[in-house]
Design a protein around this ligand. Structure first.
Ligand code: UT7
Length: 312
C-alpha cells in the first residue's frame, strides 16, 4: 500500500452529464435483458449518453461549472490533469484540449492525462497534491471525464447495461491546514479481468470480488494511517460500479449505507468521472463545515485502487 499524507484545500467542484438518457427499458429493446435484472443486480435505472460531444467537451464543461460556482479566476490554474480512458484523440491529451477550450494561455501551465481507469480521479488528486507540495504549482484542475458509450458493445449484455458518459472536476490549492491522506496502489492482473480494446471487456464476477475486498482495505488504510475513527467520517464517496458492491462495503466496514453517497441509479458506471460527479452532487445536497472529513474510494482496470481522505 502506498500510504501518504499531504494537504490541499478544495476550492470548488463541478460536473456535467449529457442530456441523453438511456433507460433500462430502452436497453430491453436492443439486448436480451430486463429492467428487473439490471436494477436488482446493479442498482442502475438509467445512464447518460452523449450526442455530438467528445470527452474533452464534457471535461471542459465540468471544469467551467467548477470555475463559475466559485467565481474563480481561471488564470490562476497552472496544472491540469485529466483522468480518462476514452480520449477522443491519441494526441494531444484531453488536458491540453481542456486548456485550449478554457483559453488558458499564460506561460508555465502543465497539462497531461492519466489512465488509471475508474481510480483515475484519485490518482490525479494524488499526483496534483505532490506537484503542488513541491512548490512548483499553486492551483490544480483535476478532472475525470469519460465517453464510454463509444467503447461499449451494445450487443454484449454483460457490459452494455453498466456504463454511461459524464465528467466531474475539482479545483484545489495548497493549504497546510487541510490534511489529505492517500492510499493508492496497483495489483497486477495477468488474466486481464477488465480491459478495453475496441470495447470494454470484463469478467464481472472476478472484478466484483476484487472491488468488494479492496474498498474495505483502502478505506481502513487511510483511517489507520491518519489515526481517525470512522465516526469522524461525514461521507464516503465510492466509485459507482454496482450498488451491491457498495452494500457489501458498508457491511464489511460496519458503516451504515447512509454514510455512502449513491447516484448509480441515474448515471451507471462513468469510470474516472464517477467519483467527482458523485462528490459534486453530494456537495450540492449537503453543506460541509470546516474540518469535515470525506473519503473517496475507487477501483478499476489495472487493477488500480485507492482511497483519499479529504478535509473540508
Ligand atoms: O468500474 C469497475 C469495473 N466494473 C465493476 O466493478 C463491475 C463488477 N461486477 C459486477 O458488477 C457484476 O459482476 C455484474 C453486474 C457485471 C454481473 O452481475 P453478476 O451477479 O456477477 O452476474 P453474472 O456475471 O454472474 O451472471 C449471472 C447471469 C448469467 O446467466 P447464467 O449463465 O447464470 O444463465 C449471465 O449471462 O446473469 C446473466 N446476465 C444477464 N442477464 C440479463 C449477465 N448480464 C445480464 C443482463 N441481463 N444484462
Amino acid at each position: 500500500m502506498a500510504l501518504d499524507k499531504g494537504c490541499f484545500k478544495i476550492v470548488s467542484t463541478g460536473h456535467f452529464t449529457p442530456e441523453g438518457v438511456l433507460s433500462n427499458h430502452d436497453l430491453e429493446k436492443i439486448v436480451d435483458t430486463t429492467d428487473e435484472w439490471i436494477t436488482s443486480r446493479t442498482g442502475i435505472k438509467e445512464r447518460r449518453i452523449v450526442n455530438g460531444k467528445n470527452t474533452s467537451d464534457l471535461a471542459t464543461i465540468a471544469a467551467m461549472n467548477a470555475i463559475e460556482k466559485a467565481n474563480y479566476d481561471k488564470d490562476k490554474i497552472d496544472l491540469i490533469i485529466v483522468a480518462t480512458f476514452t480520449a477522443e484523440l491519441r494526441s494531444p491529451s484531453m488536458a491540453c484540449r481542456v486548456q485550449a477550450k478554457l483559453g488558458l494561455d499564460k506561460p508555465g501551465i502543465l497539462a497531461f492525462d492519466i489512465n488509471a481507469a475508474c481510480t483515475g480521479f484519485i490518482y490525479g488528486l494524488n499526483i496534483a497534491e505532490k506537484m503542488m507540495y513541491s512548490g512548483s504549482y499553486k492551483s490544480a484542475l483535476v478532472i475525470g471525464a469519460e465517453v464510454i458509450s463509444k467503447f461499449t458493445d451494445y450487443k454484449d449484455r454483460n457490459t452494455c447495461v453498466l456504463f454511461g458518459d459524464g465528467a466531474g472536476a475539482m479545483i484545489i490549492e495548497k493549504d497546510e491546514s487541510k490534511e489529505v491522506i492517500f492510499n493508492v496502489q496497483t495489483k497486477s492482473d495477468n488474466d486481464l479481468i477488465l480491459y478495453v480494446d475496441d470495447y470494454v471487456n470484463m469478467n464481472g464476477p472476478k472484478v466484483y470480488q476484487f472491488a468488494s475486498r479492496v474498498i474495505k482495505s483502502s478505506v481502513n488504510g487511510v483511517l489507520e494511517y491518519g489515526n481517525i475513527d470512522r465516526s469522524q467520517i461525514k461521507k464516503i464517496i465510492p466509485h459507482q460500479a454496482n450498488i451491491r458492491i457498495i452494500q457489501s462495503a458498508s457491511k464489511a466496514l460496519k458503516m451504515p449505507m447512509e454514510s455512502f453517497y449513491v447516484n448509480i441509479h441515474k448515471y451507471g458506471n462513468t469510470s474516472a468521472a464517477s467519483i467527482p460527479i458523485a462528490l459534486d452532487e453530494m456537495l450540492e445536497e449537503e453543506t460541509m463545515e470546516a474540518g469535515d472529513k470525506v473519503i473517496l474510494v475507487g477501483f478499476g482496470a489495472g487493477l488500480t485502487s485507492g482511497a483519499c481522505l479529504l478535509t473540508f
